[in-house]
Design a protein around this ligand. Structure first.
Ligand SMILES: [Zn+2]
Length: 349
């Protein structure tokens, strides 16, 4: 098999930081009943032939004929095991993306799945569904926020089955976007078309980059949390959200699974320096000063800050679509306990 076209667009989009942060996003290609899907723990921007897991497409889609337990842990364990069984011989040491089955649902040759901040400005907004219909009509399908893993796959399968025309673009609430196309050029047309429509709606652009000096509380935070790596952001947008408790509200709860994976489920708001002595989160908004991101390693602190910036972008973009809509707490709790995400976190360190 020749994966050069798949590798080409994986690297192209994977290297664009407006489209991909940390390990988020994945790609696939189908040929002669085999699907090549990005392996868990590999980065799109570094894609090579070995990054992809070859799977028997029929076997993978056979998951929908199986009975699944209703209990969360048992269901997700069986789901992961059944996905693994669909790998072709020789792929034993690879683990397919947790979203492999979603890729399999698309009839098109190529699938691109991303979590871009601009698109998530729409998928994480109060009026997301209505705006999706208004802006894209029935050419883009909206899938309400739900548990990842088997539940999401089954909901998408039912939507695909009920549709009388081929589905090319799917927006997942509080998550991201899927594009399916038979050529790499068509993927670019779909993606750029959506980005252009959304860009035209935005009036306030986030400014999240910061080289500000940390105000001198890093040691206090290290002592309180045990996390040794401390990053600080006092960008214009960070200062906007750090202006007070009400101002911080849009970024106090996670928008998407990536944020939970890399920042943890909690954001702390500290009105004063004294409150930092009881710091108990990886993300801390300090009133009037800026935002801290903490980690056990340089990489985990960097990833955490990357997702803090992503959250600020999503919240700012969401203003154009009726304001932000974070994930439900019930969904946050589910993802915290989700075995598959903890795997992704363990390989991302
Ligand atoms: Zn995803």
């Amino acid at each position: 098999m020749n994966l050069s076209s798949l590798i080409y667009f994986s690297r192209l989009y994977g290297a664009n930081t407006e489209l991909v942060t940390c390990g988020g996003g994945n790609t696939s290609m189908k040929e002669n009943g085999v699907m090549y899907v990005k392996g868990s723990g590999t980065a799109l921007k570094d894609a090579v032939t070995e990054s992809f897991v070859a799977m028997d497409l029929n076997k993978l889609l056979g998951i929908f004929d199986e009975e699944y337990p209703t209990e969360d842990a048992a269901r997700e364990a069986k789901f992961v095991a059944d996905c693994a069984k669909a790998k072709l011989p020789g792929q034993e040491n690879k683990r397919p993306s947790v979203e492999a089955l979603l890729h399999g649902l698309f009839p098109q040759k190529y699938v691109l799945h991303l979590h871009p901040a601009l698109i998530n400005g729409l998928t994480c907004s109060a009026n997301g569904k209505e705006m999706c219909e208004k802006l894209f009509g029935d050419s883009v399908l909206w899938v309400p926020a739900c548990r990842p893993g088997y539940t999401l796959a089954k909901i998408m399968k039912d939507i695909f089955d009920a549709s009388d025309k081929p589905i090319k673009t799917v927006l997942l609430e509080n998550h991201g976007v899927f594009f399916g196309a038979n050529t790499v050029d068509d993927l670019a047309i779909h993606l750029n078309g959506m980005m252009n429509v959304l860009n035209a709606m935005i009036t306030d652009y986030p400014q999240v980059d910061s080289d500000a000096e940390e105000p001198g509380y890093a040691d206090l935070l290290r002592k309180a949390t045990g996390k040794q790596f401390v990053l600080f952001n006092a960008s214009p947008t960070a200062l906007k959200y750090a202006a007070g408790k009400e101002a911080a509200k849009p970024i106090m709860k996670p928008f998407n699974p990536d944020q939970i994976v890399y920042c943890g489920p909690k954001v702390m708001y500290a009105a004063t320096k004294n409150a930092l002595e009881k710091a108990n989160a990886n993300v801390i908004i300090l009133k009037g000063k800026g935002i801290y991101a903490l980690g056990d390693s340089a990489k985990s602190a960097f990833n955490c800050m990357t997702l803090v910036k992503d959250a600020m972008k999503v919240a700012t973009y969401a203003e154009a679509f009726g304001g932000e809509k974070p994930m439900d707490q019930e969904l946050v709790d589910f993802i915290v306990g989700w075995e598959v995400e903890s795997y992704r976190k363990s390989v991302s360190k």
